[in-house]
Design a protein around this ligand. Structure first.
Ligand SMILES: CC(C)(COP(=O)(O)OP(=O)(O)OC[C@H]1O[C@@H](n2cnc3c(N)ncnc32)[C@H](O)[C@@H]1OP(=O)(O)O)[C@@H](O)C(=O)NCCC(=O)NCCS
Length: 165
């Protein structure tokens, strides 16, 4: 990680890491798909520990799940201090990618060969991840349409805000 990647606090900018993750997700997805892929959504981006200038960052990617035209790529980011060999896990996240044909339309991707029990765990976990995400999306949309803000003002009492109107 070179100095020009740093933010004002001297740590590596989150956007640099996101950009690297997107490229790695693309590489894994397009290699499996045999086609260009686009990023559709990104889940679970949490920067657990800062990355320092000078650390060696490695991104480990795996195609965990495939649908018809979509692929879920899991990415683990680790940062190593090359001077003492210490390694820290800074992030794990999941990119949903879709393969496109030459006309820009979603196109089917090959199925996955699950070669190890770990591959199978990741595939099953991806199915659950997708189900929970869809369920959360539906429930939140439902709750939001029913949400009458003026009846929820008591929620603000414990929060660090004040009404300015
Ligand atoms: C993603 C995109 C291809 C979906 O197009 P669409 O015409 O709605 O296509 P479909 O409904 O057939 O969906 C294609 C696949 O994407 C999946 N998908 C669509 N929206 C999704 C979302 N928000 N989250 C997860 N998966 C999604 C569908 O489940 C489907 O997967 P499957 O074939 O494995 O079942 C289209 O919206 C697109 O091109 N978006 C722009 C992507 C882009 O440019 N990214 C770069 C960063 S800005």
């Amino acid at each position: 990680m070179i100095p020009s990647y740093a933010n004002f606090g001297g740590k590596i900018h989150g956007g640099i890491l996101l950009s690297l993750m997107d490229k790695v997700a693309y590489a894994a997805a397009s290699k499996h798909a045999g086609n260009y892929c686009v990023t559709v959504s990104v889940d679970g981006v949490n920067f657990l520990q800062p990355v320092e200038v000078g650390e060696l960052v490695s991104l480990l990617a795996s195609v965990n799940y495939v649908g018809r035209t979509s692929l879920l790529v899991g990415i683990k980011v680790i940062a190593e201090d090359v001077r003492n060999g210490s390694v820290k896990h800074t992030n794990t996240c999941y990119f949903t990618m879709v393969a496109k044909d030459d006309n820009g339309k979603p196109t089917p991707v090959p199925g996955l060969l699950l070669e190890t029990a770990e591959d199978t765990r990741r595939f099953v976990e991806a199915i659950k991840r997708r189900e929970f995400k869809e369920q959360y999306g539906r429930e939140f949309d439902n709750a939001r349409t029913k949400l009458a803000t003026e009846q929820q003002l008591h929620l603000l009492q414990q929060e660090r805000c004040q009404l300015g109107y």
